[in-house]
Design a protein around this ligand. Structure first.
Ligand SMILES: *Cc1c(COP(=O)(O)O)cnc(C)c1O
Length: 281
């Protein structure tokens, strides 16, 4: 699907893309790189229209990994058939996840051998992991309001601090339809990788692109889809916040970031100067 400059999918485009052979529409609830929230409930209405018109094999899946535990999510309100989550994105251990399957949706087996998980996936269930995910979900439900307020305040503090202190920056994603815990910011005239390493040495953990594909030199396909030019994409960082972060940490990040970027920009200027001189020889 094409997206708006903020990364939002257009429901009319989804409607137009569904053909008679379509069996699954899968759109993430929240994008992990820019935090943009997609209009899943409206897309579900389109899918329901097609089902009502006889296309009963059509299903809607959403990747809810960056939504559950961050913003209120109710599978009934969203109207999805399938929703997947990963435990370690909401403070459960790594190695456990969950798939919501609406009653009546029939899934074929992914792996064969045993009858666990209703015949879909063999192997003894990892009960401690499942209990941990359940506990993390309970905590998320209790704290979701406070988490959203807290991370949203920190995100705003970070963004306005950057806007006030660092020239030549851009903010990526939709300014309104977004989750509170992600900020994706482009810094002109610096390379994201160098910036990431300099920040890491000072104890600040950020990401370029998606964490799962770090190490790749390809520019983020998400930022490319927003129509951002390559130069700006190369200087982009993603900051992810949680309820355990503090205002003092944000202020430290602002100090460190300001200093590191000034230094990298001076170095880049010096390099450019050296090249110009040797080029004229
Ligand atoms: C992290 C993430 C995944 C991948 O989950 P893993 O369990 O880490 O492989 C999928 N979707 C989104 C949106 C994510 O943020």
């Amino acid at each position: 699907m094409p997206v708006s400059a903020g990364g939002v999918v257009d429901v009319a485009d989804v409607r137009a893309a569904i053909c008679d052979e379509t069996t699954v529409v899968s759109i993430m609830t929240v994008n992990n790189e820019i935090g943009t929230i997609q209009p899943i409930a409206d897309i579900a209405a389109v899918v329901r229209e097609r089902k009502a018109a006889g296309q009963t094999h059509l299903h809607l899946h959403t990747d809810g990994v960056q939504a559950v535990g961050k913003i209120p999510v109710d599978v009934r309100d969203l109207g999805v058939d399938l929703l997947s989550i990963a435990g370690h994105k909401l403070h459960a251990p790594k190695g456990v996840g969950a798939l919501f399957v609406r009653k009546g949706v029939r899934l074929s087996a992914r792996q064969f051998g045993g009858h666990q998980e209703r015949g879909r996936r063999p192997g003894t269930e990892a009960v401690p992991m499942i209990v941990a995910l359940g506990a993390a979900c309970e905590l998320a439900r209790e704290r979701i309001g406070d988490r959203g307020l807290h991370t949203g305040e920190l995100r705003d503090r970070l963004e306005s601090g950057i806007r006030n202190r660092i020239p030549n920056v851009g903010f990526n994603g939709d300014p309104a339809k977004r989750v509170p815990h992600i900020a994706n910011i482009s810094f002109g005239d610096v390379h994201g990788e160098g910036l990431l390493i300099s920040l890491d040495l000072k104890g600040v953990a950020v990401a370029t692109g998606a964490a799962c594909s770090s190490g790749s030199v390809e520019p983020s396909h998400v930022l490319v889809a927003l129509g951002i030019d390559r130069e700006r994409i190369h200087g982009s960082l993603r900051f992810s916040l949680s309820e355990s972060n503090t205002e003092a940490e944000i202020d430290d990040v602002l100090d460190i970031l300001t200093e590191v970027i000034e230094r990298l920009r001076v170095d880049a200027d010096l390099d450019a100067g050296t090249q110009a001189v040797s080029g004229s020889d």
